[in-house]
Ligand binder design. Structure first.
Ligand SMILES: *[C@@H]1O[C@H](CO)[C@@H](O)[C@H](O)[C@H]1NC(C)=O
Ligand SMILES: *[C@@H]1O[C@H](CO)[C@@H](O)[C@H](O)[C@H]1NC(C)=O
Ligand SMILES: *[C@@H]1O[C@H](CO)[C@@H](O)[C@H](O)[C@H]1NC(C)=O
Ligand SMILES: *[C@@H]1O[C@H](CO)[C@@H](O)[C@H](O)[C@H]1NC(C)=O
Ligand SMILES: *[C@@H]1O[C@H](CO)[C@@H](O)[C@H](O)[C@H]1NC(C)=O
Length: 509
């Protein structure tokens, strides 16, 4: 009897957990490692909580993870390699060619995913309760919401922008939030001309998005969702939640609708793994502090040697985390060590780390803020400078150097400023305190809201009415136009009336 009831309890507990567990499909199409490293911990945490996660990605797990399945899209891995030498400095003359070529690659990227054998099987045979996708160049996938009848959650690996705002009817005040390409002037108010420029850029951006970019995505959508009852723009308004990789310490305080949540730092683990023995041995010698470098790309030999020479002038121990073989022809100063097997977050959490040197990727900047370490950004010589924006200067916890600043004197001066003065260290510590003072961790927040969407079958009550308005209605452009016309008519009428009166008076005299 006892046994029976006990097993009944056990069975119902089992049922309870299985009903709560959801089938989640993740689509992370764009082959940028940083984008996936941001979301990977979230997917794994969902799997750990009993959900079944299927992840369409270019970066499959090296070891199997429970409740977690990868669908690797090999064809996309090197799709964008030819854009690697693209830089904002050389883009001007052939801007439109580059954009055109880039778009045709994004077309190919989506196509590779739809054509993948495993994706096709999955569309025929499986069902999902929730879809999480990165929304960079992936509008053609918005049809999955209707196909699976599942709510959609968007991930924006940067902050928000026009295409992301549009998903949930969010608004970005153009009076004080400059467009991405104008971010350099972030921390100051814009004067009349800047605001005008900002509005003009927004209008161009919007027109480009809906009249050049979206038709292309629509073609893919129509091709692969022939049975969809709704158009791509209707599917676009069907997002339940947007998680943005942003935080007001990183960018600026700004408004969000309630189903848009800031989760910057979500990828940073709450606990770090211990260091390998050989690394520990090296770090024991670091009486004067540590400079940690994570640069994993090709550097021209003379630049590499120059960086090493400058580092050799400092007393701190330098640990350089790289997968590259370091050339024999380089002269390596005695305080510089290379390693291929350093636990990144453990290094950043060490108490005597004085500086992080990287390419200034967005996630590295977030980490430098989280751990309160000043950051120095060196330019890339082999590829995308991931940021067209000098985020570091904007935030103030470090220095970033551009290509034409990569000289011995400039680098020495930057390192001196960063290490010898207190300014950057103080700023980094302050930003870290401000950033980490949160009610819950970004990962907890992301999980909470995703499960909230699951609990309320898409949480339609979170959506705002503005989502369905046209741009005229949303910004009351029709009303302003009408009011201006009315004012104009009034002014004209009173002018005519006054004229008449004046004539009458003159005539009477
Ligand atoms: C990018 O530039 C580097 C250095 O100039 C060159 O070695 C490399 O082959 C280029 N990569 C591509 C994909 O064009
Ligand atoms: C919107 O999402 C719901 C699931 O939350 C789905 O059932 C519906 O078909 C979707 N509609 C469109 C237009 O995509
Ligand atoms: C669309 O619907 C038709 C008829 O119902 C069906 O034969 C076809 O397989 C469907 N196509 C897709 C892509 O689901
Ligand atoms: C890398 O370091 C870990 C400990 O952090 C260690 O277990 C592993 O064996 C190391 N791998 C190599 C190739 O040295
Ligand atoms: C927007 O329109 C769609 C269909 O046209 C509707 O299902 C949805 O509820 C509307 N959203 C809001 C917030 O009113």
């Amino acid at each position: 009897m006892h046994f029976a009831s006990l097993s009944l309890v056990l069975i119902s507990a089992q049922l309870l957990t299985t009903t709560n567990a959801a089938n989640i499909l993740g689509i992370f199409a764009f082959p940028v490692k940083g984008q996936y490293s941001f979301v990977e911990p979230l997917l794994k945490e969902l799997a750990q909580r009993g959900h079944h996660v299927t992840s369409i990605t270019n970066y499959p797990q090296s070891e199997p993870v429970e409740n977690f399945r990868d669908i690797a899209i090999e064809g996309n891995q090197h799709l964008f390699d030819e854009f690697k030498n693209f830089s904002m400095e050389t883009i001007e003359p052939n801007h439109f060619d580059v954009v055109g070529a880039f778009y045709s690659k994004t077309y190919k990227m989506s196509h590779n995913i739809f054509a993948n054998e495993n994706v096709r099987k999955l569309r025929q045979r499986e069902s999902f309760d929730l879809i999480i996708m990165d929304v960079l160049f992936t509008e053609s996938f918005f049809g999955f919401g209707e196909e699976f009848g599942a709510p959609m959650v968007a991930i924006s690996s940067w902050g928000t922008m026009t295409s992301v705002d549009e998903l949930v009817g969010n608004t970005t005040p153009l009076s004080y939030i400059p467009n991405m390409i104008m971010l350099r002037h972030y921390n100051q108010n814009m004067n009349f001309w800047r605001r005008s420029l900002n509005v003009a850029v927004y209008i161009l951006d919007w027109i480009h998005y809906y009249y050049t970019y979206m038709p292309m995505q629509q073609k893919i959508y129509d091709q692969h969702f022939p049975n969809a009852s709704k158009s791509i723009t209707e599917a676009q308004k069907n997002f339940s939640l947007v998680l943005v990789n942003d935080h007001f310490v990183l960018s600026t305080p700004r408004p969000y609708v309630p189903n848009m949540i800031e989760v910057a730092g979500m990828h940073i683990p709450s606990q770090v793994e211990p260091l390998a023995e050989d690394i520990k041995e090296i770090l024991d010698k670091a009486q004067q502090g540590i400079i940690y470098i994570t640069i994993n790309s090709f550097l021209p030999q003379h630049i590499f040697q120059m960086v090493l020479n400058v580092l050799g002038n400092f007393e701190r121990l330098v640990l350089w985390n790289t997968q590259y073989h370091v050339l024999h022809t380089l002269q390596i100063p005695p305080n510089v060590y290379f390693s291929t097997n350093v636990s990144h977050y453990t290094m950043l959490s060490l108490p005597n780390i004085h500086l992080l040197i990287s390419h200034g990727e967005y996630l590295r900047i977030v980490e430098s803020i989280h751990y309160g370490v000043p950051i120095l950004s060196l330019p890339r010589f082999d590829g995308f400078n991931e940021d067209c924006v000098d985020n570091i200067r904007k935030i103030g916890n470090g220095i970033s150097l551009s290509w034409n600043q990569m000289r011995e004197r400039t680098l020495s001066k930057a390192l001196n400023d960063l290490l010898a003065t207190d300014r950057y260290r103080r700023e980094a510590k302050l930003k870290s305190k401000q950033f980490r003072d949160q009610q819950n961790t970004p990962l907890e927040r992301a999980i909470y809201w995703i499960e909230y969407v699951l609990r309320f079958q898409g949480a339609h009550h979170l959506r705002n009415l503005g989502q369905n308005l046209t741009i005229w209605e949303f910004y009351n452009l029709d009303v302003f136009l009408c009011l201006s016309l009315a004012a104009l008519v009034c002014i004209c009428l009173s002018y005519i009336f006054l004229n008449l009166m004046l004539k009458l008076i003159v005539n009477i005299k």
